[in-house]
Design a protein around this ligand. Structure first.
Ligand code: 23J
Ligand code: MN
Length: 258
């Protein structure tokens, strides 16, 4: 059998399954808050054009209003100043091949349960590689924190007097993954690919600055990373082909063989 007919056969028999890594996208979807001097992204709203009524007797459809970076979404390199002049840096110009890659799941949910400001360090990546092998080029590195089990917006955004608190990457880890490992990008369960406190880091939002400066991508607000193996999944994360888009909501799927 060809590789693709073997894939279809596995899907039909259940030996291969699709894990949906996506949040529902609706009015309750949490959106990142930035300090008030910066522009803000609106929450998701949807207006009905017609619903089997005078405006359209046999059809139902809606208009969406939302920021590019809403819910489960993709960050393109042009999202950040460090990536603004790179080739193929926006949603409509990235070659589609780059959206598909092996998933490497780094499980730090215990560390995050003890420290909500946990930052992944290079030594954590190296310890993961000692067990699971070297992260291959083009991989999606997915940080399992179990943060997506915080189902209410207040605990998910976790904003305190001094701003949001949530886990992320140390800048040296972003550098290791982007340069030495040449990953496709990183994916996280939190609202953004930087830690909650990363606005106070040097540079601010170091994962965005580093990843996008090297032409790499981000995936935010993922779910169900606890259903993935550490290695072996194939992740498909293809944003909408928005002309000049800096990012896009998307459906992220993982193909897993049991
Ligand atoms: C703009 C500014 C800072 C951040 C973000 C957006 C995101 O997290 C995002 O969705 O890319 S941290
Ligand atoms: Mn984003």
């Amino acid at each position: 059998m060809s590789l693709l007919s073997t894939l279809v056969e596995g899907l039909n028999t259940g030996s291969i399954r699709i894990v949906d890594l996506t949040q529902p996208l609706g009015p309750e979807t949490p959106v990142i808050g930035l300090p008030p001097m910066f522009g803000s992204s609106p929450g998701f709203t949807m207006d009905t054009i017609s619903q089997f009524d005078d405006r359209g007797p046999a059809w139902y459809w809606n208009v969406l209003h939302l920021g590019e970076h809403t819910g489960t979404h993709f960050d393109a390199p042009v999202h950040w100043i460090s990536g603004r002049d790179l080739p193929d840096n926006r949603c409509d110009t990235i070659p589609a091949r780059r959206f598909v890659g092996p998933g490497c799941v780094i499980d730090v949910h215990r560390e995050v349960a003890a420290n909500e400001d946990f930052l992944l360090l290079p030594e954590h990546v190296e310890a993961w590689e000692a067990t699971h092998g070297r992260i291959p080029g083009g991989a999606w590195v997915l940080l399992r924190t179990d943060w997506s089990k915080r189902l209410d917006t207040a605990t998910f955004l976790n904003v305190k007097q001094d701003g949001p608190h949530s886990p992320g990457f140390h800048k040296t880890t972003s550098e290791l993954l982007a340069v030495a490992r040449d990953v496709a990008g990183v994916g996280v369960e939190t609202v953004g690919t930087d830690a909650g406190q990363a606005g106070t880091f040097d540079p601010p939002f170091p994962n965005h600055a580093t990843m996008h400066g090297h032409g790499k991508f981000g995936l935010a607000s993922l779910r169900n990373l606890d259903q993935l193996p550490a290695t072996g999944a194939v992740v498909i994360a293809a944003p909408l082909k928005i002309v000049n888009g800096s990012g896009s909501p998307l459906r992220v799927l993982a193909i897993v063989e049991d």
